[in-house]
Design a protein around this ligand. Structure first.
Ligand SMILES: Cc1cc2nc3c(=O)[nH]c(=O)nc-3n(C[C@H](O)[C@H](O)[C@H](O)COP(=O)(O)OP(=O)(O)OC[C@H]3O[C@@H](n4cnc5c(N)ncnc54)[C@H](O)[C@@H]3O)c2cc1C
Length: 229
């Protein structure tokens, strides 16, 4: 992955100071997200955006789904796709509605996905998707059968045309709202700041039909120990 814009469409224009093409930053935002959104057009040219699980292995972003999935079949045709990943980190409350905002980390990846047909790569991708959500889980569960794998499509999108955008910190109030002469009446009494937003795992809920003897697995305990994404 290059550390600058690889195409005109990944050149950040609005609030470009929040943008980055740093591969490490892009990878970290991708890896910390439980899911992504795939934006594409159907055969009639209608846009659709589909949320789905992903996993990154090197520069490959893998997604999977039912072999019957309309989205995956369409992507397998090699059409253009835009994958977005978003973390909401805070609600930014400014003294005015106009300057209120959000703290976030986001990534956009452009390209054409490739249908993965090599059985070894399919297995690697499916394991990576399981590991992405619950590290250690693929060693705990029953392996997929050939029939289950046959019912699954895996696509790979190379992460080379990508950008990140990050907002952090305080509200950027209009200076007039902070000026005792101009905005004191309006701004001074209005609370401003950031309400942090985090995603946390809750207490495990055993399946209703789980044998009471079965202990909580390492993967689930791992999630609880690292319960902030
Ligand atoms: C949680 C969240 C809330 C947001 N709320 C608003 C809002 O209310 N109003 C608003 O105008 N904007 C909002 N943004 C920012 C928004 O995503 C766009 O960056 C911004 O609107 C500029 O859009 P544009 O089409 O002018 O982008 P341009 O700067 O023209 O985009 C050019 C290129 O920059 C890159 N790029 C642009 N935005 C992003 C991004 N977010 N992440 C990664 N790469 C990017 C892409 O490669 C894109 O092709 C929000 C972002 C997030 C993550």
């Amino acid at each position: 992955m290059s550390s600058g814009p690889t195409s005109d469409r990944t050149r950040l224009r609005r609030e470009a100071d929040r943008g980055s093409h740093d591969p490490e930053l892009i990878r970290s935002i991708i890896d910390a997200a439980p899911m992504c959104h795939l934006g594409l057009t159907d055969h009639d040219g209608h846009p659709l955006v589909i949320p789905t699980i992903h996993a990154r292995v090197g520069e490959q972003l893998y997604v999977h789904g039912s072999a019957a999935s309309r989205t995956l079949r369409r992507l397998a045709e090699g059409i253009e796709v835009c994958c977005t990943i978003t973390h909401l980190d805070g609600i930014v409350l400014a003294r005015s509605a106009f300057w209120s905002s959000m703290n976030y980390r986001s990534v956009m990846i452009f390209g054409r996905a490739r249908l993965v047909t090599d059985p070894e790569e399919i297995e690697l991708a499916l394991d990576a998707i399981v590991e992405h959500i619950a590290p250690g889980r693929s060693a705990e569960v029953r392996r997929s059968t050939p029939k289950e794998i046959g019912a699954t499509k895996v696509l790979a999108l190379t992460i080379d045309e990508a950008s990140a955008k990050v907002r952090t910190g305080d509200p950027n109030d209009d200076p007039a709202d902070l000026d005792p002469e101009v905005g004191a009446e309006v701004g001074a009494g209005v609370w401003a700041g950031v309400i942090p937003v985090t995603t946390q795992f809750g207490s495990p809920i055993p399946a209703a039909n789980l044998d009471n003897e079965v202990p909580l697995p390492t993967s689930a305990r791992g999630l609880l120990e690292h319960d902030e994404r």
